[in-house]
Design a protein around this ligand. Sequence first.
Ligand SMILES: NC(=O)c1ccc[n+]([C@@H]2O[C@H](COP(=O)([O-])OP(=O)(O)OC[C@H]3O[C@@H](n4cnc5c(N)ncnc54)[C@H](OP(=O)(O)O)[C@@H]3O)[C@@H](O)[C@H]2O)c1
Length: 309
Amino acid sequence: MSKPPVSRFRPSDHAFAAESLAQIGRGYVVPDRVALITGCSSGIGRELALALHRRGTIVIATARRPESLQELADLGIATEALDVNSQADINRVVHALKAAYGRLDILINNAGYGQMGPLLELDTRALENQFRTNVFAPMALARACVPLMKAEGRGLICNIGSVSGVMPTPFSGAYCASKSALHTLSDVLRLELKPFGIRVMTVQPGAIASEFGRHAEVSLRGLLAPDSWYKRQEDAVRARALESQQNATLASNLARKLVKELLRKRPAAIVRLGNKSRLLPWMARWLPRRFRDWILARRFRLRRVQLKS
Ligand SMILES: NC(=O)c1ccc[n+]([C@@H]2O[C@H](COP(=O)([O-])OP(=O)(O)OC[C@H]3O[C@@H](n4cnc5c(N)ncnc54)[C@H](OP(=O)(O)O)[C@@H]3O)[C@@H](O)[C@H]2O)c1
């Protein structure tokens, strides 16, 4: 059964957006874009909703826990309950959006999490869940939203990937693979949707301050049992889960820069923002593989001698 929405779409959202524009001294402008964002309970999604709203875009901010959207709703942002793994939720939200606005200009597939842990300690269900949320759900949302964009002959799908999808590291294999897959799907979608005027952007953030680290740490529960082959690496595994929160860029900074790109007439295909978002892809591209593996093995305490008991 679908969860009740916090607030229904309001035709007066145009007025809300115009009001907010007037408040920031830009004068009255009829908002010309409608954006749907997933995973707005915290972090990047929440800040993107705020930043786009400030720029006069009609935002439909979604999250699976509707109560987490109350603050956005209080600011006049339309909010809806949406678990990205529920096709029924997706159908309901897209249907309501179509009824209220008749169109969609920007879809931001932001909802996601990092399943951490040594790869072979993850059971098939953990792997499937990671891919369900980070890969299959963005595709399901794109499938549901694209007809609205095609009808207008324009639109933008923005998939939030990760530098982890470019530079994979130990103890985060499931997450890195899911983001790599999302990058590849985005590359293909960009070509397949171009004839219909629909653009596809992949964002590859570096370290961004959010709830990501806390969720990643939770994903380790039940792993690293006393007989785990990686028990001696436990600190390195936990450090990897929390790594995104070290010297992290504020999510609001990322959002401000990304919104500029989203609202461009010809948005970039790949956008890298946040700490290490350029360094890690550079390392992936230019360091000889053997050297890269050596660095990672040292960093994650995976040299043979360290595994001996
Ligand atoms: N933070 C970083 O350093 C970083 C770096 C690269 C890429 N990213 C990517 O950026 C995106 C946003 O992450 P964040 O950093 O802002 O972390 P966050 O604060 O943990 O936000 C993640 C959001 O995704 C939502 N979510 C997870 N599973 C969902 C589901 N099944 N249905 C609906 N929503 C779901 C979470 O909802 P709940 O609150 O209900 O769990 C939350 O709203 C993710 O795709 C992440 O992989 C983050």
